[in-house]
Ligand binder design. Structure first.
Ligand SMILES: Nc1nc2c(ncn2[C@@H]2O[C@H](COP(=O)(O)OP(=O)(O)OP(=O)(O)O)[C@@H](O)[C@H]2O)c(=O)[nH]1
Length: 387
C-alpha cells in the first residue's frame, strides 16, 4: 500500500509541532511508526525524531545573514533551496513505502511562507503526485471561539483548499482547554452560526449587523462557507492528552479514499492541461527567442557578461558562495536522518541511488539549448544579412 502523506498546516501557535509529536507517538504505540519530515527551517527544537529535516540541509540563520533577508524572506529562501532537491526527497520516501503506512510533514509556523510560496506549491505538488496526500489544517480551538475569528480562520482554510486542491481535515486542537462542540455546531447548523454572529459583540459594534454592507457580506460569506464545510472532515483533538487521535486517523483513511476516487483524477486532468499549455507557451517563447537572437545578436556578448556577474537563480547563488547556508549535516543526536544537500553535491548520489541533480540538469539543458540555438542563430543572422 502507498504511504499516506499528511501535511500539517496551521496558523503560528496553533500547535502543529505538538500535534506532530503526539501523532508520531500515537502511531508508534499503534505499531505503525510514520516517516517524519520537518520543513520548518526556523524551529529551534524538533521534539520528535525527524527522518528528513530541512535544517540538515539549510541553515536558516546563515541564509538570513548571507542574503540579508528578514525572517520570512529567509524561510521562503530556505524552502526554495530545499525544493530544488524535492525529487530526491520524494525518492527517499518512495524507498520506504513498504516500511511505513504514513508520512507526516510539519510546515513553518508562518503559514503564508509555505502556502503562498512557489516552493511550498512545488513541495505539496510533489508529494501529492507521488502519494495519496491529505492536508491537516490545525486550529487553535480556544482562540477561535468568537464567530468572527472563527469565520476568518475558516476563510483561510478555504483558500488553502482552493490553492492545494487536496482533501482537508480541520483539526480543532487544544480540546483539553476548550471543547470543539461549538465549532462542530457552527459548521453543520447554518442557523446556529447566524445566531452566534448576530449576538457577536466584536462584529456588531454600534452599527449592528442586521443592516448595511457588513450584514450582507457576512451572510454571503457564511453561505459560501456552508458549501466549503460540506467538503471537510472535522476532528477535535488534544495534543496534550492524546484525545481524538484515533478519530483523526479514521478521518485520514476516509480522505485518502476520497483522494483516490475524486482528487486524483481531477488533479491528473489539471496537470495534463497544464502540461499542454506549458508546451504551447514554450514553443511560443522559443519562437520569440529565435527572433530576438536574430535581431540583437551583437548586443549579446556584453549583456552576457553583465548577466554572468549577477546571481539570478538559486543554483547561481549556490555556486556563488561556498558558505551560503547550505551546510553539512550536524553530527547530532543520533536520529537516523537520511538527507542532506551537501552529500550529493560531490557525486550526485543519495544513499547509493543516483539522483538526478536539478542544478546539473539545468546546466545540461542550457548546453542543449546553446547547441541548437547556435546553428539556428547562424541561420537567422544569414537571413538578416540577406534581407
Ligand atoms: N493546552 C494545550 N496546549 C497546547 C496543545 N497543543 C499545543 N499546545 C501549546 O500551544 C503552544 C504552541 O504549540 P506549538 O506546537 O509550538 O505550535 P506551532 O503551531 O508548531 O507553532 P509555530 O511552529 O511556532 O507556529 C505551545 O505552548 C504548546 O504547549 C494542546 O493540545 N493543549
Amino acid at each position: 500500500m502507498a504511504i499516506q502523506t499528511v501535511i500539517c498546516i496551521g496558523m503560528a501557535g496553533s500547535g502543529k509541532t505538538t500535534f506532530m509529536q503526539r501523532l508520531n507517538s500515537h502511531l508508534h504505540a499503534a505499531k505503525s511508526p510514520p516517516y517524519v519530515v520537518n520543513l520548518d527551517p526556523a524551529v529551534l527544537n524538533v521534539p520528535y525524531g525527524a527522518n528528513i529535516d530541512i535544517r540538515d540541509s539549510v541553515k536558516y540563520k546563515k541564509v538570513m545573514e548571507n542574503y540579508k533577508l528578514g525572517p520570512n524572506g529567509a524561510i521562503v529562501t530556505s524552502l526554495n533551496l530545499f525544493s530544488t532537491k524535492i525529487d530526491q526527497v520524494i525518492k527517499l520516501v518512495e524507498n520506504k513505502r513498504d516500511a511505513h503506512d504514513y508520512c507526516i510533514v510539519d510546515t513553518p509556523g508562518q503559514i503564508e511562507c509555505f502556502v503562498w510560496s512557489a516552493s511550498g506549491s512545488i513541495i505539496t505538488e510533489s508529494f501529492a503526485s507521488s502519494f495519496p496526500t491529505v492536508i491537516a489544517y490545525i486550529v487553535d480551538t480556544p482562540r477561535n471561539s468568537s464567530p468572527t475569528t472563527f469565520m476568518s480562520n475558516m476563510l483561510y482554510a478555504c483558500s488553502i483548499l482552493y490553492k492545494t486542491k487536496l482533501p482537508m481535515i480541520v483539526v480543532f486542537n487544544k480540546t483539553d482547554v476548550c471543547k470543539a462542540d461549538f465549532a462542530r455546531e457552527w459548521m453543520t447548523d447554518f442557523e446556529a452560526f447566524q445566531e452566534a454572529l448576530r449576538s457577536d459583540q466584536d462584529l456588531n459594534g454600534e452599527s449592528g449587523l442586521g443592516s448595511g454592507y457588513m450584514g450582507s457580506l457576512v451572510n454571503s460569506m457564511s453561505l459560501m462557507l456552508e458549501e466549503f464545510y460540506s467538503q471537510l472532515d472535522i476532528v477535535g483533538v488534544s495534543s496534550f492528552t492524546g484525545d481524538g487521535f484515533d478519530e483523526f486517523l479514521t478521518a485520514v483513511d476516509k480522505k485518502v479514499d476520497e483522494y483516490e476516487s475524486y482528487y486524483k483524477t481531477e488533479r491528473e486532468a489539471i496537470l495534463k492541461r497544464k502540461e499542454e499549455e506549458e508546451a504551447t507557451r514554450k514553443q511560443k517563447s522559443l519562437t520569440h527567442l529565435m527572433k530576438d537572437l536574430g535581431l540583437k545578436e551583437n548586443q549579446g556578448s556584453s549583456r552576457q557578461k553583465d548577466q554572468d556577474d549577477e546571481a539570478e537563480v538559486i543554483s547561481d547563488l549556490e555556486d556563488a558562495n561556498e558558505n551560503d547556508g547550505i551546510v553539512l549535516r550536524d553530527e547530532d543526536e543520533g536520529i537516523e536522518r537520511e538527507y542532506t544537500f551537501a552529500g550529493d553535491r560531490t557525486n550526485g548520489e543519495v544513499n547509493g541511488n543516483t539522483a538526478p541533480d536539478l542544478q546539473k540538469r539545468y546546466e545540461e539543458a542550457l548546453e542543449q539549448v546553446a547547441k541548437t540555438a547556435s546553428s539556428e542563430t547562424a541561420e537567422n543572422i544569414a537571413r538578416y544579412i540577406r534581407q
